[in-house]
Design a protein around this ligand. Structure first.
Ligand SMILES: *Cc1c(COP(=O)(O)O)cnc(C)c1O
Length: 456
């Protein structure tokens, strides 16, 4: 009973927030003092839980961003499908530890089933192992750790026992437009954050002939990092061709498919991901395009032994079961039960619903791009193959910056920027299950108002 008042208050506030998500100002703006409600001296004495919940809501409210809402187009951000928000609330209430099967048979079972469903949905090899991580950053890390194990084991080196000091050199190659979490994962793994680069084309796709040339500079262990879905353009590396180059060279192929891998769920878009079933490891987010609340992601590998060798550990008190123990596939030991929400998302949408959501996002991105192409002084920079649109306004960098600021100031939508071909550009990413044509048209109005006022 001691939970009721606090959870009742939280439930009421959560529903009010979700009900207002479509209409509230998307970002509070730079003038907000998000610290004001939180700051204060360390409390000496405790307070009633419901009072604390009310205080938390009051403190957070000014600095909250409607990034789970339908007109947040910055970065690549998903919302939360209703069953997944509920599943995460239950996961917190149940407070299961999804490390060992014996600690929560339910959490382990949910991960086992949801991971297998996701594998099938995404066209990953049917015997691939998987783990649930916090994000694609850690999924990239985990896949590349499995690769590090495998290529060094083939060279007779036990990297888990002996580390990298004195190990055979591993030649690591990434596309010139790989996501920044790839060098970050490589840093964590002791490879250093400056892999060799294979050239990328004008859309950011890795060029296989360049990869072949770069790989020919070395012999022995090699790891290649490709991507399915460039964070700015949405373009896909030609994974099937890259897999062939890797096979010839005996290199481990990791594919970062943080959002793009979800194209595989759509019969219409699946061709973009051709070859992912050949990748040795793959990373993807569930908190982006599957629209599961933060944080949630998946790593897959086609070498379960390497995957477990890279991640698992033993202790006398840790009771490993006959069945699948989630901690053996991820960097964390104790961890929250991410499988419930992923299981719920796939149940809520089904195969058809996931495909429809992904296709709708892409259609809406195209609607946005097509409308902008008709406007003088606006340039769409990318081939809109997926859910990403890259735009420049006017003939100066300042013009683009001013339009982006105008959109943000309007409160109607939120967009983020990037640098493409050495010059600032606006990124526009449609990944939320709620976004409708009306949201796109409303955003277009804000974009055109900003652009025309800067022009005038
Ligand atoms: C978002 C993203 C990542 C990082 O994912 P996190 O969920 O932030 O850890 C990696 N690669 C690509 C292509 C991404 O879009």
């Amino acid at each position: 009973m001691e939970h009721h008042a606090a959870l009742d208050a939280a439930h009421r506030h959560a529903l009010a927030w979700l009900d207002g998500l479509r209409e509230r100002r998307v970002h509070p703006g730079p003038g907000v003092d998000a610290m004001a409600g939180f700051a204060g001296p360390l409390p000496g004495h405790g307070e009633d839980p419901a009072t604390v919940v009310e205080a938390l809501v009051a403190a957070a409210e000014p600095g909250l961003v409607a990034s789970a809402g339908p007109r947040y187009f910055g970065y690549v951000i998903g919302g939360g499908l209703p069953s997944t928000v509920a599943a995460d609330q239950l996961a917190a209430a149940w407070d299961q530890v999804a490390g060992l099967e014996v600690m929560s048979p339910a959490a382990a079972a949910a991960e086992e089933v949801a991971g297998a469903w996701a594998r099938e949905l995404l066209g990953v090899a049917p015997d691939a192992s998987y783990g649930f991580t916090t994000g694609a950053q850690m999924a990239n890390f985990t896949g590349l750790a499995a690769g590090r194990h495998a290529v060094l084991a083939r060279a007779g080196w036990d990297v888990e026992r002996d580390g990298l000091q004195g190990a055979p050199r591993v030649h690591v190659v990434a596309g010139a437009q790989s996501h920044s979490t790839i060098p970050q994962a490589l840093r964590f793994l002791g490879f250093g954050g400056t892999p060799d680069h294979a050239e990328a084309d004008g859309q950011g796709r890795m060029v296989p002939s360049s990869l072949r040339e770069v790989l020919a500079r070395s012999e022995g262990p090699a790891i290649v990092c490709a991507q399915a879905g460039n964070v700015d353009t949405g373009a896909f590396d030609p994974v099937a061709e890259i897999a062939e180059v890797c096979r010839e060279r005996g290199a481990w192929l990791h594919v970062d498919g943080a959002f793009g891998l979800w194209a595989a769920a759509s019969p219409r878009l699946r061709h973009l991901t051709a070859g992912v079933e050949l990748a040795d490891s793959l990373a993807t987010d569930c908190h982006k395009w599957l629209n599961v609340p933060y944080d949630s992601a998946l790593v897959f590998t086609r070498d379960p032994e390497a995957h477990m060798a890279a991640m698992t550990w033993q202790a006398a008190y840790v009771q490993v079961g006959e069945s699948r123990d989630p901690f053996q596939f991820v960097p964390e030991s104790s961890r929250r039960a991410r499988g419930f929400a992923v299981w719920a998302a796939i149940r809520e949408l089904g195969r058809e619903g996931v495909a429809a959501m992904v296709e709708r996002s892409c259609d809406l991105a195209r609607r946005f791009a097509d409308a902008l192409r008709d406007e003088p002084g606006v340039e769409v920079l990318n081939e809109v193959v997926l859910n990403q649109v890259l735009v420049r306004f006017g003939d100066s960098d300042e013009h683009t910056a001013a339009v982006m600021q105008g959109i943000r100031d309007s409160g109607e939508a939120w967009v983020s920027g990037t640098v493409w071909d050495g010059r600032p550009a606006m990124r526009f990413s449609v990944s939320n299950w709620m976004t409708t044509e009306a949201d796109i048209d409303r955003t277009l109005a804000a974009v055109l108002t900003a652009h025309r006022s800067v022009t005038a």
